[in-house]
Design a protein around this ligand. Structure first.
Ligand code: PEP
Length: 219
């Protein structure tokens, strides 16, 4: 797998017009095509186009049925997405998603033919490897993991290069991305160790995201 740069727009921007403007600036200037844009699901059908990979930020664990408000992996696949982020720490903490629920989502996503990008990582006072073991238990190896320590997400703090290397080595037979306050200044260092990056805040700034993505062309 080539290194992947994933843009997680989270619940941004607030309007379709802004989402279209952000995407069109990225699309026109991107050289490296190993990127995945994950906008809010509601904007996906208006943005999806040939030549760029798209993903959803979450999915449900059933294919269809009486589950008001949910979006299934089969629906996500049917509009042209290739990937889905599962178990982002914001979903684990704000929406109380458990490891079991995350496992069910992974299973359904794979059944639908999506590639799950599963977020793992510890909070400040937790042991990294104990938490990772709990989070990857019974999860098959044919998915992408994103190591994102909670204290590094959207804070401007980063995991040290040594820490990411340690995690990378611990999970040596898996694909592991790094996420946590990545920007165009530090992206290259992480790209030399990890299999790619998961980018939140910096992916909402088209120029910054293009700079980060195109670094891959120089490595
Ligand atoms: C994320 O949303 O997964 C993330 C890593 O955010 P940020 O890049 O803003 O820290």
């Amino acid at each position: 797998m080539n290194s992947l740069i994933i843009a997680n727009w989270k619940c941004n921007p607030a309007t379709l017009k802004e989402a279209q403007e952000l995407f069109s600036e990225i699309k026109e200037n991107i050289i490296n095509k190993d990127i995945v844009i994950c906008p809010p699901s509601i904007f996906l059908p208006s943005l999806i186009c040939d030549g760029i990979n798209f993903g959803a930020q979450n999915c449900f664990w059933k294919e269809s049925g009486a589950y008001t408000g949910e979006v299934s992996p089969q629906m996500i696949k049917s509009i042209g997405c290739k990937y889905v982020i599962i178990g982002h720490s914001e979903r684990r903490t704000i929406f109380n998603e458990s490891n079991d629920e995350i496992k069910s989502k992974i299973k359904q996503a794979k059944k639908a033919g999506l590639i799950p990008i599963v977020c793992i990582g510890e909070s400040k006072n937790q042991n990294t490897f104990e938490i990772i073991e709990e989070q990857i238990k019974d999860i098959e190896k044919d998915i992408i993991l994103a190591y994102e320590p909670l204290w590094a997400i959207g804070t401007g703090e980063n995991a040290s290069i040594d820490k990411v290397r340690e995690v990378r080595e611990y999970l040596k037979d898996r694909k592991v991305l790094y996420g946590g306050s990545v920007n165009s200044q530090n992206a290259k260092d992480y790209l030399e160790i990890a299999d790619g990056l998961l980018i939140g805040g910096a992916s909402l700034n088209a120029k910054e995201f293009i700079k980060i993505s195109n670094i891959l062309c120089d490595i």
